[in-house]
Write a protein that binds this ligand. Structure first.
Ligand SMILES: Cc1cc2nc3c(=O)[nH]c(=O)nc-3n(C[C@H](O)[C@H](O)[C@H](O)COP(=O)(O)O)c2cc1C
Length: 328
């Protein structure tokens, strides 16, 4: 990392602002960024204040979140009029240094990129039931293509047996988390104005077919999944990759954000149900039974949200490293 400026440049602030709008597990914002000299490039690092050592000991979800932030940086560089030149894991000895983004040739913004850039500030995580209208098949096809373009697979899970299995795995994982005091304590620490605000947790976590995260500790650790499938569950989808290294997590994050932004641009939001991916035995079962051997990275429900809530972020100056002043 080569830092030479006391205060960050405007382009760097623009990129940090865009990057920070990415989703992250429990809004932990596990990243910091650095500007490389005047317009030389922008760095994405994993780190930051809040570590999810119980939920995410290997840092897989944190790297996925940073991959989502990286996708936003790519879109934001495009908005400045340049093609982004991305170098993943540029320093083999520094696994926290995830990507360097440079400014390549001048290029006009592609229509899809303009669409996604506009959706960036109003994409929000949904929780609870969706509106009754199904997600259009044509949009689902487009979302699959967007995931594939980033090297990931977005699989819609719609067969009743696989859906039931997935719902059971989410339920088992959620109940394991609820019964574990250490996990509960970590989740409780994430609730509040600088994590997941109380207002966004208004839905009872057991009302949806896929169990929700019990942020407020209001549900039973022995809850069962609802028997009836509600069309307001939305479309269930799993994002997966063929391998499971750091590069694949970064690719998953970029694919995730590309899918989320394109969906949001078409008025479709996503709810996350990643609990079984945090328990190795359940993740392995999902891999063999649902994703055909690919590594599941994120579990989503997609649907039309009747209402969304925004979640605050640390300001860009706090997440941009400066000489002698580390971010985070
Ligand atoms: C890898 C990953 C896993 C997540 N898992 C969950 C989850 O299990 N439950 C949930 O409600 N939100 C989950 N989220 C969403 C975050 O809580 C959300 O992104 C964060 O609170 C910021 O809010 P926003 O997405 O509305 O900007 C996850 C996000 C990421 C990137």
């Amino acid at each position: 990392m080569s830092l030479t400026y006391e205060s960050p440049g405007r382009a760097a602030l623009h990129l940090a602002r865009a990057a920070s709008l990415a989703p992250s597990p429990h809004n932990s914002q596990p990243w910091f960024f650095a500007e490389e000299g005047h317009d030389h490039g922008f760095e994405v690092h994993t780190g930051g204040r809040q570590r999810m050592t119980v939920t995410d000991p290997g840092g897989r979800e944190a790297v996925i979140a940073c991959g989502a932030a990286l996708f936003n940086v790519r879109i934001a560089v495009g908005r400045l009029g340049f093609r982004p030149a991305v170098d993943l894991l540029p320093e083999p000895g520094d696994s926290a240094f995830l990507a360097r983004v440079g400014y390549a040739a001048h290029a006009p913004v592609a229509p899809d990129e303009a669409l996604m850039a506009r959706a960036m500030p109003w994409r929000h995580t949904h929780r609870g039931l969706f509106g009754p209208d199904p997600v259009a098949d044509t949009l689902l096809d487009d979302l699959r293509d967007h995931a594939r373009a980033e090297g990931a697979v977005l699989q819609v899970v719609d067969g009743p047996e696989k859906l039931r299995l997935l719902a059971d795995l989410v339920r088992v994982a959620e109940n394991v988390h609820r019964s574990d005091p250490v996990h509960r304590a970590e989740l409780t620490r994430c609730v509040g104005p600088y994590g997941v605000p109380v207002e966004v947790c208004g839905h009872h976590p057991d009302r949806t077919l896929l169990a929700g995260r019990d942020y407020l500790g209001v549900a039973l650790p022995s809850a069962r999944r609802p028997r009836r499938w509600s069309p307001r569950t939305g479309t269930v989808a799993v994002l997966s990759t063929h391998c499971d290294g750091r590069q694949d997590w970064l690719r998953s994050g970029q694919a995730l954000q590309r899918v989320l932004l394109y969906a949001a641009a078409h008025h479709v939001m996503a709810a996350f149900h990643t609990q079984p991916l945090e328990l190795p035995v359940l993740r392995a079962e999902l891999r063999t039974q649902v994703t055909g051997g690919r590594f599941p990275q994120v579990i989503l429900r997609l649907g039309h949200a009747t209402r969304t809530w925004s979640t605050p972020r640390r300001p860009p100056v706090e997440v941009l490293a400066r000489e002698g002043v580390p971010a985070g």
